[in-house]
Design a protein around this ligand. Structure first.
Ligand SMILES: [Zn+2]
Length: 221
């Protein structure tokens, strides 16, 4: 790592910790004091990594970026660290992982700076985005082929059904039956309501059911 970057990271973290520890003597409430202490500890950990030449985690980089922000935004350079802050911010751009949302945001932001960017460039960008995030991704199944919860073996689930209704004014003139969405095991997700339905689980009597329930007993704390 570049010496100047390293020096500025130290400055950013030490400066931030100083502000937070000064606040500890003020009339901050307990929760905020606790958070300040935790952050100061995190800063110390990052500084120790710097001393030992260890690699930063993404969380470390996030904290460094948060600490640098105040110096970055200080365009008037009141404390004489603005230039270093800009350099550190660029360095962080290289070091920090970019998720799809952020990548999309950056590209659009830069394209927007040029009024001559043709619409098809944006369309191409959105097509790539759609490719990268398939809407039809199949989530992990939560129920077995007999509709038993894979976690606890219960057969009882709540499901939301979304119908589409056609209103004319305040009157419903047509209703399209909806799809089942959000099917959730009652025992796992709504334990307070489970007793109302538990008898449906008890009357099954198939051997698989008993075995499942036995398993679930252990899994249920
Ligand atoms: Zn369950």
């Amino acid at each position: 790592m570049n010496r100047a970057i390293e020096k500025h990271i130290r400055f950013v973290l030490e400066d931030d910790s100083e502000v937070m520890s000064a606040a500890l003597t003020g009339d901050l409430d307990e929760e905020n004091k606790r958070m300040n202490r935790a952050l100061i500890k995190r800063h110390e950990g990052i500084l120790a990594k710097l001393d030992n030449g260890e690699t930063f985690s993404q969380d470390d980089l996030q904290l460094i970026r948060a600490g640098n922000e105040i110096h970055l935004n200080n365009g008037a350079n009141l404390n004489g660290h603005h230039k270093q802050a800009v350099k550190l911010d660029r360095w962080l751009d290289h070091m920090m992982e970019l998720d799809k949302d952020k990548a999309m945001q950056i590209l659009e932001q830069w394209l927007d700076k040029d009024g001559r960017t043709p619409a098809r460039v944006y369309r191409a960008l959105h097509t790539l985005w759609e490719e990268a995030t398939p809407n039809d991704a199949v989530p992990e199944p939560a129920f077995d082929d007999q509709g038993r919860c894979l976690t606890c073996g219960s057969k009882i689930s709540f499901a939301d059904v979304t119908d589409t209704v056609v209103f004319v004014g305040d009157e419903i003139v047509k209703r399209y039956d909806g799809d089942i969405t959000n099917r959730n095991c009652v025992r796992c997700n709504h334990p307070e309501q489970y007793s109302d339905f538990a008898h449906y689980d008890d009357d099954g009597g198939s051997p698989a059911c008993g075995a499942n329930r036995h398993q679930s007993g252990a899994a249920r704390r």
